[in-house]
Each structure stands twice: as C-alpha cells, then as structure tokens.
Design a protein around this ligand. Sequence first.
Ligand code: NAP
Length: 246
Amino acid sequence: MSMFSLSGRRALVTGANTGIGQAIAVGLAEAGAEVICAGRRSCDETVEAITQAGGSASSVLVDFADPMAGQGLFGDAPIDILVNNAGIIRRADALEFSEADWDAVMDVNLKALFFTTQAFAKAVMAREGTGAVVNIASLLSFQGGIRVPSYTASKHGVAGLTKLLANEWAAKGINVNAVAPGYIETNNTEALRNDPERNQAILDRIPAGRWGQAEDIAGAAVYLSSPAAKYVHGAVLNVDGGWLAR
Ligand code: NAP
C-alpha cells in the first residue's frame, strides 16, 4: 500500500463546505479516507463531490463561534484524523479594532481549535489508537500582516500550539502538524483581490507568480495525515508559492 494511503482512516475536516477545507476534504477522500465534513452551514456540496467521485463522506453541523462546540464530535465512531481548518478574519486599523472582532476571531481560530483538538486526542488515547492533527496556520503565523491584529495573534497562536501539542503527544501516537497556506483564492482573501493595488503588490511578491488555489493545499494535508509523515511532529509546512523564501 502507498505510504500516502489513508485507506481505513476516518477524517474530520472543519469548515469543509468551501475553500481550503473543501479541497482538503476532497483530497483526503481521494487518498482513501472516509471524511466527515463539519461546518456551520451545510457541507452538501463537498459530500456530493466526494461521493460522486466514489469516495465516502458525511456531514455534521457545528458552529465554533462557541469554542466548546467541538466537544461532542468524537463520541461515536472513531476518528483518526482531525483537520482544524475553520477560521475567520476581521480587518480594521489597529487603532480602531474592536473587542468584538478580537474575541470572534480568537474564539474560532484559536480557542475552538485547541479545545476541539483536546477532545479529539482524549478520544484517540481512550481507545489506545493513533491519530493525526493538521492545523491550518497562515503566513501570519510568521509575519505581522496589516489591519488584522486578532487574525495575526490567532495564527501565531496556532503555530505555537502545534508545537506544544506535538511535544506532549508525539510519544503517545498522535502527530500534530500544521500547514501554512500562502495567498489562496477563497472567500477569506476576496477583499484583497478586489483591491487592485493590494492584489498587484501581492502578486509581484509571489515567486510562483500566481495566487494559490485551494487544491494547492490538499496534498500537504494528505501528506501530514498519512503514514509517510509518521516521524513528523510539530512542523509548520509552508505552501505559499515561495512567498516566505523571498
Ligand atoms: P473561507 O472560504 O472563508 O473558509 C473558512 C471556513 O471556515 C468556511 O468553511 C467557514 O464557514 C468556516 N467557518 C468560519 N467560521 C466558522 C464557525 N464559527 N464555525 C464553523 N465553521 C466556521 O476561507 P479559506 O481561505 O478557505 O480559509 C480556511 C482556513 O485557511 C482558515 O483557517 C484561514 O485562516 C486559512 N488561511 C487562508 C488563507 C488564504 O489565503 N485564503 C491563507 C492562510 C490561511 P462559512 O462558509 O459558513 O463562512
């Protein structure tokens, strides 16, 4: 069997109704995983794409605006792979940034990610199984960005938690890693692409010379979920068209 095969594994992907989460769900299914698509809205489109391609998928509704909403996700059939992809961004000058925008972003991007991962790991360890966690970080896990203070703080936090959890769980059968996407064409970056000057400045800095597509992220998530990455712990893998190399 291929070292990248996810056959026999069950994966839960948060925010799988669109964008990067949708592409990761499809990629994991193509690699053989049974995929549970978790979203605050229907993931029907993703489930249909997977099943039409001959894969196996189902969906569950969960809203991480309540950071503890993921607690009930791991009680039934065992789940081996957790992809923490759900995330939001709020843009405003630091001087004007509101507490509401701070809390909303931190709750979904960081607090929900931590407590959902904690619930996942408890379930894996209770059955003495093995598991993989793939967190979706960002270039703003490394860089400051502009006008996105809570997003930058949350994504730096995601990179830090990835390493902390790897340290605690590497010897306990759970791999914790992250993927840091570059500039990807999704709802998250629509405002940037609609601003011609920002759009051009971003394009000019990407060595690959183009925005990324959601599908560009799927392979890294498959790899970090697979036996090929079994000795990889606490890594944050940039998939950014070369942005951080520049
Ligand atoms: P997106 O299209 O906006 O997708 C975000 C996903 O998270 C959507 O499925 C969204 O659901 C879900 N979500 C948001 N709030 C939620 C909540 N309270 N409960 C449950 N699900 C929730 O943007 P994306 O680019 O694919 O983002 C996916 C991840 O990649 C995020 O963590 C983002 O920070 C990260 N990322 C993106 C880029 C980029 O350039 N696009 C770069 C670096 C990192 P709805 O559809 O209902 O909003």
